[in-house]
Design a protein around this ligand. Structure first.
Ligand code: FMN
Length: 174
């Protein structure tokens, strides 16, 4: 059976970068994390770990460290999506894809819960950005931060996505 609410939710998700002061309720945080863990992962390895950040001091420090994350000065919640880079002692080449899928589930779950969010990339950046963020969050060896979701009750409205990107689709062959 079709689920139009789900489809509408996917299209309605937009990056929102300003939030009200309302904190995010614990039951909603739990649902965000449950949805993150419902993501697909290669060979079902589930390499993800999540750092839930609500302390103002840490949110501000992340905003300071990251060149494009000033909304964290206002956001009541951030979730850092991290991944184990090894599986049974060997490199897991899929950890980033798996963590990206978990991240997208968090963003979509936020939409479903009446929250708003924005994905903050940390894998690429000047001045050892990933290492800085990992040190700030106390991430142990063997785990990398894939990205951070800033989350809150949005203080701006954006229209939903519509349509297929022109030139993005190639039928049967490129
Ligand atoms: C890997 C990745 C990294 C991103 N990094 C940032 C970021 O550092 N700061 C930011 O404000 N937005 C960031 N974004 C959000 C994009 O700017 C946003 O998704 C894009 O402009 C499309 O807008 P929409 O999300 O409203 O559809 C990132 C998105 C992705 C997928």
């Amino acid at each position: 059976m079709e689920n139009w609410e789900l489809l509408d939710g996917i299209r309605a998700r937009r990056s929102v970068r300003s939030y009200s002061e309302r904190p995010v309720e614990q039951d909603k945080i739990d649902l965000l994390l449950e949805c993150a863990c419902a993501a697909p992962s290669a060979a079902n390895r589930r390499p993800w770990h999540f750092v839930v950040i609500r302390e103002r001091r840490t949110l501000n420090a992340l905003a300071e460290a990251h060149p494009y994350a000033k909304m964290l000065l206002q956001a009541p919640l951030a979730v850092a999506v991290c991944g184990a880079i090894l599986h049974e002692g060997h490199e897991n080449p899929w950890w980033e894809e798996d963590c990206a899928a978990a991240m997208q589930n968090i963003l979509l779950a936020a939409e479903g819960l009446g929250l708003n969010s924005v994905w903050l990339g940390v894998r690429w950046g000047r001045d050892d950005l990933p290492e800085k963020i990992e040190a700030l969050l106390g991430v142990p060896q063997g785990i990398r931060v894939m990205g951070i979701a800033a989350i809150g009750y949005g203080a701006e409205n954006k229209p939903p996505h519509r349509g297929i990107d022109e030139g993005a689709v190639h039928l049967e062959r490129w």
